[in-house]
Design a binder for this molecule. Structure first.
Ligand SMILES: C[S@@+](CC[C@H](N)C(=O)[O-])C[C@H]1O[C@@H](n2cnc3c(N)ncnc32)[C@H](O)[C@@H]1O
Length: 294
């Protein structure tokens, strides 16, 4: 199933996640709203004046950065997203030519942009790394767009959160990450035990009936924040920091028992908490790192 065709099917609704007035009414939790707050705060703190994005989507975050005074550009692999992003740029007085169709996994499509646009103070990829198969290559490609001393941001699906969901994803985390390399006979005993304890039928798989692939039908990987931090350091980055968002006050499968409004209020109360608990309570994280001097 193609990532581009999944996003071609979701281009029209992605801006909703960023609007303050939708925070209570959106069916899906408006996590991206909180992520954008963190991003704009960190970009301003570093006094970044130019920003390049991998996987721009409809360009809502890039337009927000432009409104904050930054020179912006980026690309996406989904032709529909590129169309939406260009229209969004035009509607906001920005040059639509600064959005391109390209593939983060194909250097041949990226090199012409580096040649045309040069390097930036900051580079970001929000919700893109779940969809790539080679993290080393992805970070290497991002680094090429970044000046020495520049800031890189990567938003990822947090595998550590799976310890708090008590469902099929917990089982996968325990068997595949925690118990990697442990003898199969031991893993089989643990698997049988977890099958009895956990809600193995949850979460429901996210599919679509409009013909385009749902999120769980495309490559959509989790990342371990500690492994990802190490990988980024190996690529010549330091000052690696983890920012957490999309907090959960309780495992998501209990939200109906708690009450949807109560549950969401408790999520909002935790956003910006900023302590170690984010590593386990947040389904998403934003990793920030500084590229070492040349
Ligand atoms: C979850 S959306 C996020 C969009 C935007 N970054 C935002 O945060 O609002 C992920 C985007 O990454 C794009 N994408 C996925 N894989 C890509 C790749 N290999 N190269 C470029 N874009 C990609 C998708 O088409 C989609 O627009």
């Amino acid at each position: 199933m193609s990532v581009a065709s999944h996003y071609d099917g979701s281009a029209s609704s992605s801006a909703d996640q960023y609007q303050r007035e939708n925070l209570w009414t959106l069916e899906d939790y408006p996590a991206n709203y909180f992520r954008l707050e963190i991003l704009l705060r960190e970009l301003a703190a570093a006094k970044a004046t130019s920003l390049f994005e991998f996987g721009v989507g409809d360009a809502t975050p890039l337009v927000a950065a432009a409104k904050a005074g930054m020179e912006v550009a980026g690309f996406d692999v989904s032709p529909e997203m590129v169309e939406y992003a260009r229209a969004n740029f035009s509607a906001n007085g920005l040059d639509p030519e600064r959005i391109c169709l390209a593939d983060a996994q194909d250097l041949a499509t990226l090199t012409p942009q580096i040649d045309r646009l040069g390097q930036f103070d900051a580079v970001m990829a929000l919700g893109v790394i779940p969809h790539v198969s080679d993290d080393d290559q992805f970070v290497d490609h991002m680094s090429r767009f970044l000046k020495p001393g520049g800031q890189m941001f990567i938003a990822f699906r947090n595998s550590m959160f799976n310890l708090f969901t008590f469902n099929r994803l917990t089982k996968e985390f325990v068997l595949d990450e925690l118990m990697a390399g442990v003898d199969d006979s031991i893993r089989a005993v643990v698997e049988a035990d977890l099958d009895a304890r956990l809600a193995i039928d949850k979460p429901p798989r996210r599919t679509r009936d409009d013909g385009t692939p749902g999120y769980d039908e495309i490559l959509a990987r989790f990342h371990n924040p500690l492994e990802l931090s190490d990988l980024i350091r190996r690529h010549g980055f330091s000052e690696v920091r983890l920012h957490w968002y999309h907090y959960h006050p309780a495992p998501p499968m209990l939200s109906a028992a708690i009450g949807a409004t109560e549950y969401r209020k408790a999520c909002f109360d935790l956003e910006h908490e900023g302590s170690w608990r984010g590593m386990f309570l947040c389904s998403a994280g934003l990793i920030e790192a500084i590229k070492d001097p040349a």
